[in-house]
Design a protein around this ligand. Structure first.
Ligand code: ADP
Ligand code: MG
Length: 661
């Protein structure tokens, strides 16, 4: 018992406290560093390293959290940079008119005269540009993301590559706006209370440090929230994520916008420090370097990408030049002209390539893996008393109060895949609070039936209503919001997430925290999260000792039967009104099957409506009030389990097929 008590989520605090302590120490160290390391050049390259760290943090949201491969991320860096550059340099100067006067009084523009008519000079303050640069880049992230985010994987990567090129070409060719290849000069440095930052590295170093600290904080807050869980669900399995209530378009756009905002802010910072902006600062080599930083540090790992960025920046600005010097010295000693002339900095791209290959071969999870290693269960936990039959602690999750009449009403549904008719005018009804089983040989259309109910497959005709709401035409996440939750025949869990995280994602649609709430974490959000965790732990505890001691393990570490249990727990966590189970006992031994059947029965006893696909007739007989038999997409029989079992046509469908093999 004790072992389980210490395994409760509150135990995770020690881990959090430890990383908070480390972070504070690191922050203090870097705050004091300029006091004893007063080398302007070194501080400058550290400030650069910090801008790469913030870029990598942003890219990490897109690639690491949400799993969207973005090969043109530097575009958003460029947008932030040019935004600040254009609004502080002397590049764009429209003629002055009195309508500019209000902006002049708040210091955004000034009237200047270069011999000729009066002109407007933009004088956007760095401190305003920093957040608004983030907003502008985020806006571009949304604009660009909207048409392409429906693309998956490779296609998305190619489009982002194109976007990166387009932005760079615009920067090169829109001379009136960007001064073309020559770039913007005379970008203003920041001022703070009358103090001009000028060209010294130290003030920029501090701004960079605060920016890194802020974005690390934001990253952690997002990752540990409903938002971060939705992103990681998309990364692990898009289909399952949407079936569990995650609005794919919304959350992908949010990831893009958030990543772009980080890059936009960094662009403002970088350009203010450099006081010039040219197109090649944002070429595709920068995007790929940032990807290398993320991969080296560990995709999805907040500290990892910061460390990856700093390491690679140090390699470029310190280690490679230093190595060239050493090689020159060796060359002089050995009289080798080749060594005397070698310039290691030219090898940077090659080294990046080698790093990528090595990381993929030997350490795919990066230097600081995002997935924590969890110690395997002790022998005591493994062999802990397992309760068979029923569910435990059912009183904790409360009763369902089914209405009366028909809950799910399927009428004449037709689904065709090309020439194959997977469902041919199938009609069936599930009464409120009932258990209906669908049986039939392999390939008879059972899973397709679930897919069409949950919006994963489009119907050619027919209608499916649930409690009066038409489900056909809804996206999967909307179907779940209407109270329809499902499991998959070939288990679709979020593999790299823990049992608890998987179950929490099931609750996604029932929670309300948005991105700002996730970052600021007001008391209402804290309360919502702790209630959500408690509910998830209660659901996990239904399965007795099978899952509870493993709540913090990634689901890949679980046995097959336990994965099925997690999937059912995840579906129940969404507080469904009807539960769709696709062959829940597949791959379980007879004892486990019976145990699960008992558990499903106790859900039914609590009032939950259930639609079940099942092969094992003893399970069906035990549970179902009504059985539907499908064969080749046709409904060939319907009735009480015992009656259907003896039906001639049903026997032929099963035995005939079996004989044909
Ligand atoms: P069951 O779950 O009863 O074993 P399915 O519903 O998975 O059967 O499949 C019914 C038929 O539809 C099969 O012939 C299968 O090959 C076909 N099918 C299922 N999904 C698709 C799809 N996405 N594209 C094309 N054919 C499909
Ligand atoms: Mg199936």
């Amino acid at each position: 018992m004790n072992a389980i008590a210490t395994a409760h989520p509150s135990a995770a605090l020690t881990h959090q406290q430890r990383s908070l302590l480390l972070a504070t120490l690191a922050f203090i160290f870097f705050t004091l560093l300029p006091q004893f390391w007063d080398n302007d050049g070194d501080l400058d390259s550290l400030a650069n390293a910090m801008s790469y760290a913030t870029l990598a943090l942003g890219l990490n949201i897109v690639v690491g959290f949400a799993g969207l491969l973005d090969l043109g991320y530097a575009a958003f860096f460029a947008i932030g940079a040019y935004y600040y550059g254009i609004f502080t340099s002397f590049q764009v100067m429209p003629p002055w008119s009195e309508s500019w006067a209000p902006l002049a009084t708040i210091g955004l523009v000034e009237k200047i005269n270069q011999g000729g008519p009066d002109l407007v000079h933009f004088t956007l303050s760095f401190w305003i540009a920093l957040p608004t640069g983030g907003l502008v880049a985020a806006l571009f992230g949304v604009l660009f993301g909207l048409p392409v985010l429906r693309l998956r994987g490779d296609y998305l990567a190619i489009v982002t590559l194109g976007f990166g090129e387009i932005v760079q070409i615009c920067a090169r060719n829109l001379d009136w706006l960007t001064n073309g290849a020559a770039g913007l000069n005379g970008v203003q440095g920041p001022k703070l209370f009358g103090y001009r930052f000028g060209v010294h590295a130290e003030p920029y170093y501090y701004v960079g440090l605060v920016l890194v600290a802020f974005l690390v904080f934001v990253s952690f807050r997002l990752r540990g929230s409903r938002i971060g869980r939705a992103w990681m669900a998309i990364r692990e399995d898009e289909t399952a994520a949407s079936a569990m209530g995650v609005n794919l378009v919304h959350y992908k756009l949010l990831a893009f916008a958030m990543g772009a905002a980080f890059a936009g802010m960094t662009g403002v910072f970088f350009i203010a420090k450099l006081q010039t902006a040219t197109p090649e600062m944002f070429n595709s080599a920068v995007s790929s370097m940032l990807l290398v930083m993320v991969v080296l540090g560990g995709m999805g790992s907040v500290w990892g990408v910061v460390i990856g960025a700093v390491l690679l920046q140090m390699m470029q600005t310190w280690f490679l030049p230093q190595m060239s010097v050493w090689l020159h010295d060796i060359g002089k000693m050995t009289g080798s002209p080749m060594l005397q002339n070698v310039d290691m900095v030219q090898w940077t791209q090659l080294i990046f390539g080698v790093i990528l290959v090595l990381m993929m071969l030997f350490r795919r999870e990066g230097l600081v893996p995002a997935v924590r290693k969890v110690a395997p269960l002790t022998m005591e936990q493994q062999t802990a008393h397992v309760v068979r039959g029923g569910f435990q602690g059912l009183d904790k999750i409360g009763r369902w109060t089914p209405g009366t009449g028909v809950a799910l009403d399927i009428k004449d549904v037709v689904v065709k895949f090309g020439g194959l008719v997977a469902l041919n005018k199938v009609s069936l009804q599930v009464p409120e609070g009932g258990v209906v089983a669908v049986i039939g040989p392999n390939g008879s259309g059972k899973s397709t039936l679930f897919n069409v109910i949950t919006g994963l497959v489009a119907a050619d005709s027919g209608s499916i209503t649930f409690q009066g709401v038409e489900l056909l035409g809804l996206a999967p996440h909307q179907v779940l919001e209407n109270g329809v939750a499902r499991t998959f025949q070939n288990i679709r869990l979020f593999a790299n997430l823990t049992v608890l995280e998987n179950v929490l994602i099931g609750e996604h649609a029932r929670l309300t925290t948005g991105p700002f709430g996730a970052v600021i974490r007001p008391p209402s959000v804290v309360k919502e999260e702790s209630r959500a965790t408690e509910w998830a732990m209660n659901i996990i505890a239904l399965f007795g000792n099978r899952l509870t001691p493993r709540w913090d393990q990634p689901v890949t570490a679980l046995s097959y039967a336990n994965r099925r249990r997690v999937e059912i727990a995840r579906a129940i966590a969404s507080r469904p009104k009807i539960l769709l189970l696709d062959e829940p006992t597949a791959g379980m031994n007879p004892a486990e099957s019976l145990e699960l059947a008992e558990q499903i029965k106790s859900l039914h006893d609590l009032g939950l409506t259930i639609l079940l696909i099942e092969h094992k007739l003893d399970v069906v007989t035990r549970l179902a009030d009504n059985v539907i038999v499908l064969d080749h997409g046709d409904k060939i029989a319907e009735g009480l389990p015992d009656v259907v079992r003896k039906d001639e046509e049903v026997l032929r469908a099963y035995l005939g097929r079996a004989g044909g093999h």
